[in-house]
Design a protein around this ligand. Structure first.
Ligand SMILES: [Zn+2]
Ligand SMILES: [Zn+2]
Ligand SMILES: [Zn+2]
Ligand SMILES: [Zn+2]
Ligand SMILES: [Zn+2]
Length: 382
């Protein structure tokens, strides 16, 4: 055990330094933003200005600095005790890097407690500044996600009325609260969670682990990566539409701007698709997407062959981004039969599959159809 003096000296110096660098009269958001954005540099600057003859390790000093900054002044748990507690939760122990120390303190201050950890002496309360830090991280991740989504949208369609900045702020407030309270309302469930009537077995509105800060594991990923996963379904720099559906952001976007990811009816060109696809079509089998020339208009954009119900295969394409008519887009939902034999989609006014003559199945399917030319005309159904 290092003697109390070492800790106490460091704490005293940090308090003075922090007050000087992050003056109270600055907006809290600004203070926290600056502190978090360049945490390692802040620690370096502190150490240069206060060259402690300290026996504390860099990780210990990092944890102490972030606690000194985030932990509420009026709370009474000794900073040293908190730092040691967090240190014991760090999977890399003495090797914990600066940003991992920052993550630990932010998560802890937002109520995160790792499974099996003994944190008896420390109140479970949340720290206001830690919540602000989490919100800033969430907002950053939202803007990254907006940047990934924007190029996938139809031209001239803007996902937000008003400023993207305001929507980022608005959504970050909602998502941070739900994430920190482990009470997401997105309506998504784990695959193992079965529905019982109107409700789900878990009894919650969402039971996806990545929507609850309590399931973050510092041994698995950084807090920022965890947040990216919560917000857009994966932490990579490429957007995966199938994963985005399961995210915390998707239901908000869907409700507010109509942004939809779902199956869409596509035509498969029976002339210029690759030979494996043409062979599948000839045998009345569903062609694979790979090698298919797929399109949504009246004729194939590659070879100009016009589409026809009697010769053109209509295929469901999963996880397609679309904007419905009601929101200024070009898609509407239609009823279809899905052929039980060749899986071709065809209008419900037909009694047999126009491609293979199989009888209609028991139940209709609904699917989005690109129909930019005119709104649905009564009686016309295609
Ligand atoms: Zn959720
Ligand atoms: Zn559930
Ligand atoms: Zn073609
Ligand atoms: Zn068929
Ligand atoms: Zn129609």
């Amino acid at each position: 055990m290092k003697n109390d003096n070492v800790w106490q000296t460091a704490i005293t110096h940090m308090t003075v330094w922090l007050r000087d660098q992050f003056p109270e009269e600055d907006l809290l958001e600004m203070q926290v933003g600056r502190f978090v954005a360049s945490f390692a540099e802040n620690l370096d600057r502190f150490l240069t200005q206060y060259p402690l003859e300290s026996t504390l390790s860099r990780s210990e000093l990092a944890l102490l600095l972030v606690i000194s900054f985030l932990y509420p002044e009026e709370e009474t748990v000794p900073r040293e005790q908190l730092a040691q507690q967090l240190f014991s939760l760090a999977p890399d122990g003495k090797e914990t890097v600066d940003n991992a120390c920052l993550d630990l303190a932010i998560a802890f201050g937002c109520g995160w407690r790792p499974e099996g950890a003994i944190v008896s002496e420390i109140k479970a309360g949340r720290w206001h500044r830690a919540i602000v830090a989490l919100r800033i991280m969430v907002e950053g991740s939202l803007h990254q996600t907006f940047k990934l989504i924007t190029p996938l949208l139809p031209q001239q369609y803007s996902i937000f009325s008003g400023s993207m900045k305001e929507w980022g702020r608005f959504y970050s407030n909602i998502i941070t609260l739900e994430l920190a309270n482990n009470r997401c309302r997105c309506g998504k469930h784990k695959q193992s969670c079965k529905s019982k009537g109107d409700a789900y077995a878990c009894g919650q509105s969402c039971c996806r682990e990545e929507h609850q800060i309590s399931s973050w594991s510092p041994a698995v990923c950084s807090l920022q990566a965890f947040i990216a996963h919560s917000i857009r379904g994966n932490a990579g720099s490429q957007l995966k539409t199938g994963a985005l559906i399961t995210s915390m952001l998707y239901p908000l976007l869907n409700e507010d701007s109509g942004f939809t990811i779902d199956s869409v009816e596509f035509k498969v060109c029976g002339c210029c698709s690759n030979p494996t696809v043409l062979e599948a079509l000839a045998q009345h089998k569903e062609p694979q997407s790979h090698g298919s020339v797929m399109y949504e208009g009246n004729s194939c954009p590659e070879c100009d062959t016009p589409a026809s119900r009697h010769t053109t295969y209509h295929k469901a394409r999963k996880n397609w981004i679309l904007i419905p008519y009601e929101f200024g887009g070009a898609y509407e939902m239609h009823d279809r039969w899905r052929c039980p034999r060749c899986r071709n989609l065809f209008p419900v006014t037909l009694a047999t599959c126009p491609l293979c003559s199989a009888a209609t199945p028991q139940r209709k399917t609904t699917i989005w159809v690109y129909s930019p030319w005119l709104r649905h005309v009564d009686g016309e159904e295609d």
